[in-house]
Design a protein around this ligand. Structure first.
Ligand SMILES: Nc1ncnc2c1ncn2[C@@H]1O[C@H](COP(=O)(O)OP(=O)(O)O)[C@@H](O)[C@H]1O
Ligand SMILES: O=P(O)(O)O[C@H]1O[C@H](CO)[C@@H](O[C@H]2O[C@H](CO)[C@@H](O)[C@H](O)[C@H]2O)[C@H](O)[C@H]1O
Length: 441
């Protein structure tokens, strides 16, 4: 029986969302052959009464080369079954399929109109991600395979194709996608974009700058230390404003009136309640956070809303030789699709990036022998780069009015609450970073 080895294997995968909970049952909802030696499976995993569905590309070989030994899932008779994302020979089929708009046993592979796909590129599966698996084809494309499936079009495909079709800068060019029907709804299985081979992750660049600052002796002000990042933060602010403008042009916009703003504050509160029930370290900060949320309830002006990025941080932006490119418009992983596609104030993204500057400044302090001495330097770096980002956002046409301060603060705190839960679940040694956001100012 295939479901047994699959259940044992899936629980160990980095992208598996149900870690830490026992798998009560794994059933195979669909199992189709894509080409000889390559099957596509959708499996349902039951844990504590709830079901999540995942896609698996299953390779079959009668001999397993050493390079695929780590991908082994199990054997049935003489056949080795393995995670085919690690098999570049099998993954060529996906590239060919997108290039030629193939329909394969319920899967539809498509290319973006006007895009020509070079099918000679060979794939390599990236190892670093948390919730998906990406295949890099040569240095040309990156195809993200969504592991946990939620019926519907993935917001990343929806947004990037819409923005690119308008010629918007700051997004990586889309090439193709893979979809199927799940519960009768067209559902994105994978999305392929241009691979930015000559670019650096915003998080890595920011950390290099923070490291330079910590190492500078005598202790120079952030502005004078080598590796100052603020010009980049300014440029990133401006790129962010441009992306928000493009999103507001390509998708519907709306305004929410003051009574609905109050409902927003209630949502913040509900999430805070759930988070505090899960993470005890958060509890003593609840009154101060609630006070900040209450300031939102007092607002009397309308708030413009639109499609936003939804999970905006330094790890989602890349610096190419010419400018910043924004990635991963998927929203917060784990949230329902309707929530991820809803309209929000763009201040939510602004707040996300402001939080990320705090993260970058503080992350090297966790466990650092000189953390106390370096704390003011961390604060200085964060303040300087947060200010530059906001200045760039305004220069790029982004609007943050005086009356927005309470909302921006509430978005920041709400993101920090999300982060506390995220760290408690995934990286407990990092929890002090978002907790620092609740210190009195
Ligand atoms: N178009 C791209 N070009 C180059 N690298 C990319 C591209 N898209 C993603 N990456 C790399 O893959 C990492 C993870 O991508 P991301 O879309 O954020 O996946 P996840 O949602 O699993 O975090 C990024 O931090 C980046 O380093
Ligand atoms: O990139 P993902 O879509 O998987 O986002 C999730 O993971 C992020 C961590 O990698 C997490 O971001 C938090 O940590 C970042 C540093 O690693 C920091 O820059 C962000 O500000 C902080 O929120 C993100 O919240 C989570 O959804």
């Amino acid at each position: 029986m295939l479901s047994e080895p699959l259940a044992a294997w899936i629980g160990r995968q980095r992208w598996f969302g149900g870690k830490g909970r026992v798998i009560d049952e794994l059933s195979i909802e669909s199992d189709v052959e894509l080409t000889s030696g390559l099957r596509h499976l959708i499996v349902a995993v039951w844990q504590e009464g709830s079901r999540d569905r995942y896609q698996i590309l299953l390779g079959e070989r009668t001999e397993l080369p050493d390079r695929l030994a780590h991908a082994l899932i199990g054997t049935i008779g003489d056949t080795y079954l393995y995670d085919a994302v690690h098999d570049s020979e099998r993954m060529s089929w996906l590239l060919e399929g997108m290039a030629h708009d193939v329909n394969g046993n319920g899967l539809r592979l498509r290319h973006v109109p006007d895009a020509t796909i070079d099918t000679s590129q060979r794939s390599l599966a990236l190892g670093a991600e948390q919730s998906n698996t990406s295949l890099v084809y040569g240095d040309a494309y990156i195809c993200k395979l969504f592991r946990r499936l939620i019926p519907g079009v993935n917001p990343e495909l929806e947004i990037v194709t819409a923005l690119a079709a308008r010629g918007a800068p700051h997004v990586a060019r889309p090439y193709g996608w893979i979809e199927t029907d799940l519960d009768g709804t067209g559902t994105t299985l994978g999305f392929m974009q241009e691979f930015l081979s000559n670019a650096n992750d915003g998080w890595d660049l920011a950390l290099t700058s923070v490291r330079d600052l910590y190492a500078s002796l005598p202790e120079l002000p952030a502005a004078e230390a080598g590796g100052d990042f603020s010009a980049e933060s300014l440029r990133l602010g401006s790129a962010t404003a441009r992306v928000h403008h493009e999103l507001a042009t390509a998708f519907p916009t709306d305004v929410i009136e003051s009574h609905e703003v109050k409902r927003m504050a209630e949502t913040f509160r509900r999430k805070l309640g759930r988070a505090a029930a899960e993470v005890p370290e958060l509890r003593r900060h609840v009154p101060a956070i609630e006070h900040a949320y209450h300031q939102v309830e007092l607002l009397t002006h309308e708030v413009p809303v639109q499609r936003v990025h939804g999970d905006y941080h330094l790890g989602q932006v890349m610096r190419t030789p010419t400018d910043w490119v924004v990635l991963d418009f998927e929203g917060e992983p784990g949230q329902p699709l309707a929530e991820r596609r809803a309209l929000y104030s763009p201040l939510r993204d602004v707040a996300g990036m402001l939080r990320s500057f705090d993260y970058a400044a503080r992350h090297l302090l966790a466990g650092h022998s000189q953390a106390e001495r370096l704390e003011p330097r961390a604060q200085e770096w964060a303040d300087r780069n947060r200010a530059a980002f906001l200045e760039g956002y305004a220069e790029g046409g982004g609007i943050i009015s005086r009356g927005d301060a309470a909302l921006l603060r509430a978005f920041e705190l709400s993101k920090a609450v999300y982060e506390v839960v995220y760290e408690a679940r995934n990286r407990p040694s990092w929890i002090s970073i978002p907790l620092a956001a609740f210190r009195p100012r």
